[in-house]
Design a protein around this ligand. Structure first.
Ligand code: GDP
Ligand code: MG
Length: 814
């Protein structure tokens, strides 16, 4: 019988894992090992993936993967003789006795499963504001911070989450290399108190590595709430690693943790010792054979604990093989390893990987049997109730769509009120400054360049904060992981993966972190596709453009235009993904194993911190790139200067011929001359030349040269599109809002900068055309090739051009 045959509510016991390679390894690390009970909970809306509960935790698997796990029904399972807990202390002064340290800097690395609270802990200790989120894979790369405490300087590094130390995903590889190359003084292994069994798997591997370590028993509050009891001091003594309970989200227990780190560092902690996690004799025999070999080779044994290498070698870990490859004895070791693997296969009827995993789980279960007394899980109960709706066949999608709609509606509608206040404030400032400053280039720079540019963009701060509030709530609460779960089947149809959905939702905030977060995707081709379609997901920097134009030209159904643009972006992304999968990357099947963490209500503190960080980043962007871009744009349009006398007669005649009668009647000759001079000034400025050179390309959509300039400037950052419009479409009086200026017919040509059709085409163009520099850089960095960056620029711009043209032509029909 296979796992996929279980019906909701039925329980089976695992007897064998079929399949091979990364999938096998990963499901075993997740806890699918021989002898483990698994209960099926429910199907996703489209019958796939399936949610199981295992070790009190919920995990989802694709149906095809569940078919690779052999089970027997619970009744048939004859309980095997309880595994004996086997701990054999090893004397402390063997391989690496260390002198008492005299320098007072302690380098710490945080290692733990995804979503165990590492980043929360890091933020508390280092006073940083790194992103936390309630799903796997939020932290990418290593973040560093430091703090002073009791005369020590702690350098602390937050590493990505991993289930084990093997080389199957980029994060695992990263953490492994980090531990090897940077050699932190103390490893802080963060484990989730409410899900110890799975979390301690990684701990057993760290113990094999034989490094100085402290365990932070995080989310201790959840353990307390569940009325479970853990004699953590006893457990720490058994593991040879001190355990300190913490609540990283509130900061409780952190002092004790730091004290313990100091103790361990100074070699004063009584519980610290190196243990061997003994496995059954057949396995130990294999480990010993290889270990003895490695011990003979000092170049190898100095870098890593020989026992660790031996175990990893038996598991055929690619990274360890890579590490040992250069040794002259490598072929000999491989022969030995193959012999041992074959022997194990013969004697135990299974391969080394699954035997070792199940031995380790046996060890953990043994240790917990002595120290842990389970209580009932209240948290789980509420999680189950919420999940019954949120991942339900009927309600799952509608609820998600509703949440998305609410997010964009709130961004547009609710954000409009504070936006108005800031708008008024900006124009008030502009008027006041106008009154008190003498005319001249400096006043022009301040009013037209800086306030016109930066002021035009800063008003959208509230909208962007609202959007981020929604995204961060979805991340922190655990809803995002559910969304990936219910979307898996649909994403699969595009040749992608449920996990790809998270970077896409994050893209609504900013494409750069979204592109980086694709590291959670194990499959290379899925990851590349997710990266390449991400720029079509409309980021918050594009919001100002939509709000400005949709609000001005579609006053009654602006929110629909707004949402429509997002939908268009998603559709283009989907089609692009399908094409890429079909023509470029051949299909690959990746295992879908994703945790469904229990829901956690985000703390107000964390939410406010998140908003504050976002607001700060936005303001910094205003003061940085957008300010600079506005000044440059202003200067390019301001110079060279022209007087009335410089304007050629032919230009004047042509302008007069085009001029609407109303302007001619209501203005004196001098005023008309000034108008024409100003126009000439802009058109023949440096920027005017650039804009006019490019204008023919976008003339089919009826964009003028000023609009063209704003599009070009948008490559610095998408907000600059609006700030450029603000600089170039100067109003008659300073208080006039940019949205009004864009609708008012020019007094010279009688033509307004935008109408409904051009505004729509312009928004479509901005949605799709080349990503900003930061995104392109992220694409190149994450894919490791400039070709993908070039592809993004060319493909996206071509697509934008075509679709904007189509939009324009459809729009002028109405
Ligand atoms: P990481 O993936 O290991 O970096 O984990 P994060 O720091 O991003 O945290 C994951 C989730 O757990 C977030 O929603 C945190 O707010 C939450 N969290 C972290 N520490 C605690 C804790 O001690 N108690 C509770 N209840 N939640 C916590
Ligand atoms: Mg993290």
């Amino acid at each position: 019988m296979r796992l996929s045959d279980l019906k909701p509510g039925e329980t089976g016991v695992i007897t064998k894992i079929l399949g091979h390679g990364a999938f096998r390894k990963r499901v075993m690390e997740m806890g699918f090992v021989r002898g483990r009970e698994v209960t099926m909970i429910l199907n996703a809306p489209l019958q796939d993936p399936i949610k199981y509960s295992l070790m009190d935790y919920e995990v989802s698997l694709r149906r095809a993967e569940a078919q690779l796990i052999e089970i027997v029904p619970l009744e048939e399972w004859v309980k095997e003789e309880d595994k004996k807990l086997m701990i054999h202390p090893v004397d402390n002064n063997d391989e690496d006795a260390v002198d008492v340290r005299k320098d007072r800097i302690i380098n710490i690395a945080l290692v733990g499963n995804p979503n165990c609270g590492k980043t929360s802990l890091f933020n508390i200790v280092s006073g940083s504001h790194e992103r936390v989120g309630n799903y796997a894979g939020v932290t990418i790369g290593a973040k560093e911070g430091s703090m002073k405490y009791k005369g020590y300087k702690f350098n602390i590094v937050d590493l990505p989450g991993t289930y084990s130390l093997s080389a199957y995903s980029p994060e695992e590889l990263y953490v492994m290399r980090y531990l090897r190359e940077e050699v932190p003084d103390i490893i802080v292994n963060v484990v989730v108190a409410s899900n110890l069994e799975r979390n301690l798997y990684l701990t057993t591997e760290l113990i094999d590595m034989n490094r100085s370590m402290v365990i932070a028993l995080n989310m201790y509050d959840e353990l307390e709430k569940s009325h479970a009891k853990l004699e953590y001091e006893q457990l720490g003594k058994m593991l040879g690693v001190p355990i300190v309970p913490t609540k990283a989200s509130s900061g409780w227990g952190i002092d004790k943790l730091l004290d313990t780190i100091i103790d361990v560092y100074e070699l004063k902690n009584p519980d610290t010792r190196h243990i061997h996690i003994k496995m059954r004799p057949e396995v130990e025999q294999g480990v010993t054979v290889l270990k003895d070999e490695f011990k003979k080779d000092p170049t190898v044994s100095q870098k890593f604990a020989p026992r660790y290498l031996a175990i990893k070698m038996l598991e055929r870990d690619p990274e360890v093989e890579h590490l040992l490859q250069d040794s002259p004895n490598y072929t000999k070791w491989c022969t030995l390893r193959d012999e041992e693997n074959q022997r194990l296969e013969k004697e135990l009827g299974d391969d080394a990987n699954s035997i070792i995993a199940s031995e380790k789980y046996g060890f953990i279960q043994g240790a917990l049997a002595e120290t842990f007394e389970g209580g009932e899980k209240q948290e789980e109960q509420s999680t189950k109730i919420i999940d019954a709706f949120v991942t339900n066949k009927l309600f799952g999608f509608p609820i998600f769509l509703l949440v998305m709609w609410l997010m964009f509606w709130a961004t547009f509608q609710i954000g409009a009120y504070p936006m108005e206040w800031i708008e008024n404030l900006v124009s008030w400032i502009s008027v006041e400054i106008g009154k008190y400053m003498a005319d001249g280039p400096f006043k022009d720079l301040l009013l037209d360049g800086i306030i016109g540019g930066v002021g035009g963009v800063i008003v959208f701060l509230p909208n962007i904060l609202i959007l981020y509030a929604f995204i961060s709530f979805m991340e922190d609460s655990g809803y995002m992981a559910r969304v990936a779960f219910i979307m898996d089947k649909l994403m699969h149809k595009m040749g992608l993966h449920g996990k790809s959905f998270i970077p896409l939702v994050m893209g609504f905030g900013c494409n750069v972190p979204a592109i980086m977060s694709t590291r959670i995707i194990e499959s290379k081709s899925s990851r590349l596709i997710t990266i390449l379609i991400n720029p079509f997901i409309s980021c918050s920097a594009r919001i100002p453009i939509y709000i400005l134009l949709a609000g001005a030209f579609f006053p009654h159904y602006g929110a629909w235009v707004f949402v429509g643009l997002y939908v268009l972006g998603v559709i283009v992304a989907v089609i692009t993904a399908k094409c890429l999968r079909k023509f470029w990357f051949k299909a690959d099947e990746t295992p879908f194993v994703m945790e469904l963490p229990p829901y956690r209500i985000p703390t107000v503190k964390a939410t406010i911190r998140n908003m504050w960080t976002k607001a700060k980043q936005y303001l910094q962007k205003m003061g940085g790139i957008i300010l600079v871009a506005s000044i440059i744009i202003w200067a390019l349009s301001y110079f060279p200067r022209y007087e009335s006398a410089d304007v050629p007669a032919t230009f004047k005649e042509a302008a007069l011929a085009d001029m609407p009668a109303e302007t001619l009647e209501s203005n004196s000759e001098d005023e008309i001359d000034e108008l024409i001079t100003n126009e000439y000034q802009q058109e023949y400025s440096i920027l005017g030349h650039i804009g006019k050179a490019v204008e023919p390309v976008v003339r089919p959509m009826d964009f003028d040269w000023k609009t063209t300039c704003s599009l070009l400037a948008g490559c610095a950052a998408k907000e600059v599109v609006v700030s450029t419009l603000g600089v170039l479409y100067v109003g008659d009086d300073d208080a006039e809002l940019l949205s009004e200026r864009l609708q008012t017919p020019s007094r010279i040509t009688g033509k307004a900068p935008f109408n409904q059709a051009t505004a729509l085409a312009f928004m479509v163009f901005v949605l799709l055309y080349f990503p900003c520099i930061a995104s392109i850089t992220a694409i190149v960095k994450e894919t490791g090739s400039w070709k993908y960056g070039a592809f993004s620029v060319l493909y996206n711009t071509a697509l934008a051009w075509i679709l904007a043209l189509v939009t324009y032509h459809i729009a002028i029909l109405f």
